[in-house]
Design a protein around this ligand. Structure first.
Ligand code: AR6
Length: 171
């Protein structure tokens, strides 16, 4: 069975060893999935984020999950979509890869991702789904400790892009 699955839902409700947050490089403040995760986790999450001194685009940092059902939050910074010729696919792939490597370092077996960069940062959802799945497949090749990666779409339309990309053969 594939270690990668997709579902429609609210990532703040997912019981995984780690959920991934789509943050900005300050790791402090924002709407979208960031706002939802911080509201659900409580004030302590932003306090820990202040100690991290930001994060570069394409990189990831980890904190505790506080009041979330998830044990950890991995904060990654996706690229802003500028048309696709400014390194966006590599940076987006790097978000997924570095998040999974960090999860494995912290012995996480189950990890849930939102569709990074596809909201406020404007990355087209179909392209983002393909890049995400390719990067996850590649990273899982040498991360045997990660048993399950859940891709959490916020609505049916976003989910359809994931389903389509998951059906595609490894490319
Ligand atoms: N569960 C799952 N997915 C969600 C949820 C949720 N509760 N809420 C939103 N989404 P965005 P970005 C989806 O804008 O594009 C922040 O303010 C949403 O529908 O949250 O990476 C940061 O601070 C979309 O598909 O993240 C940055 O400034 C996806 O999550 C900036 O936004 C990502 O949308 C990052 O922008």
């Amino acid at each position: 069975m594939s270690r990668i699955t997709s579902l429609v839902g609210d990532i703040t409700k997912i019981e995984a060893d780690a959920i991934v947050n789509a943050a900005n490089s300050s790791l402090l403040g924002g709407g979208g999935v960031y706002g939802a995760i911080h509201r659900a986790a409580g004030q302590e999450l932003v306090q820990e984020c202040r100690l991290l001194h930001g994060c570069k685009t394409g990189q990831a940092k980890i904190t505790s999950g506080y009041r979330l059902p998830a044990r950890h939050v991995i904060h990654t910074v996706g690229p802003v979509w500028r048309g696709g010729d400014e390194g966006e696919p590599d940076l987006l792939a790097s978000c997924y890869e570095t998040s999974l490597r960090l999860a494995a370092e912290y012995s996480c077996k189950t990890v849930a991702f939102p569709a990074i960069s596809t909201g406020i940062y404007g990355y087209p959802a179909d392209l983002a789904a393909g890049t995400a799945i390719k990067a996850i497949r590649s990273a899982l090749g040498d991360l045997p400790g990660i048993e399950s990666v859940m891709l959490v779409a916020f609505d049916e339309q976003a989910h359809a892009h994931l389903v389509k990309a998951l059906k595609r053969k490894e490319d």
